[in-house]
Design a protein around this ligand. Structure first.
Ligand code: FE
Length: 174
């Protein structure tokens, strides 16, 4: 093997490791917003009203396809309640927030229930300032309903770090 070929092989071996270190690159998959989106949700990071038993904290970063944090990205979350119903009159379990200067967000809410035809999921719209809105849905790893839901996508699963703690990094047009 010539020196040049060795170097080329070395570079090829390094590339996959670099790729593994990055959680961005491809844009986060888009999904339907479904029938229950309500515009103008309240500005709030916590959707809890007190007394909830199934608390869930979702954290993550909004990134560009170039793996740069997107400061001040807008995130608008909505999901069903503990019975699988949406509040279509008010704003229960609906809220928007802005990512911080490092593109990080933190949502405090409950674990939504599944409802007929759907596995457990959280709806979200994410937008870099002045850019195209990404509408998608987040799923719960290991949920038995996932395999029965035709909208479910494994790449939209949150990472569960702990009971009541999950994370997901969005990659958006920025
Ligand atoms: Fe839904």
């Amino acid at each position: 093997m010539t020196f040049t070929r060795r170097r080329a092989l070395g570079a090829a071996l390094l590339l996959p490791l670099e790729a593994l270190a990055q959680t961005c690159g491809a844009l986060t998959a888009r999904q339907t917003e479904g029938p229950f989106f309500t515009p103008d949700s309240p500005l709030r990071k916590s959707l809890l009203e007190g007394g909830e038993k199934t608390r869930l904290i979702v954290t993550g970063t909004v990134l560009s396809a170039q793996c740069k944090p997107v400061p001040n990205a807008l995130l608008d979350f909505w999901h069903s309640d503990e019975e699988g119903a949406y509040d279509n009159r008010g704003f229960r379990y609906r809220g928007h927030q802005h990512a911080d200067a490092q593109g990080r967000y933190r949502l405090e809410t409950i674990v939504p229930a599944q409802y007929p035809g759907r596995t457990r999921h959280i709806h979200v719209k994410v937008q870099a300032p002045g850019k195209r809105i990404l509408t998608t849905q987040l799923y719960f790893p290991g949920d038995p309903g996932n395999s029965r839901d035709f909208l479910y996508r494994p790449e939209l699963e949150m990472k569960k770090s702990d009971a009541g703690q999950a994370s997901f990094d969005f990659v958006v047009e920025a």
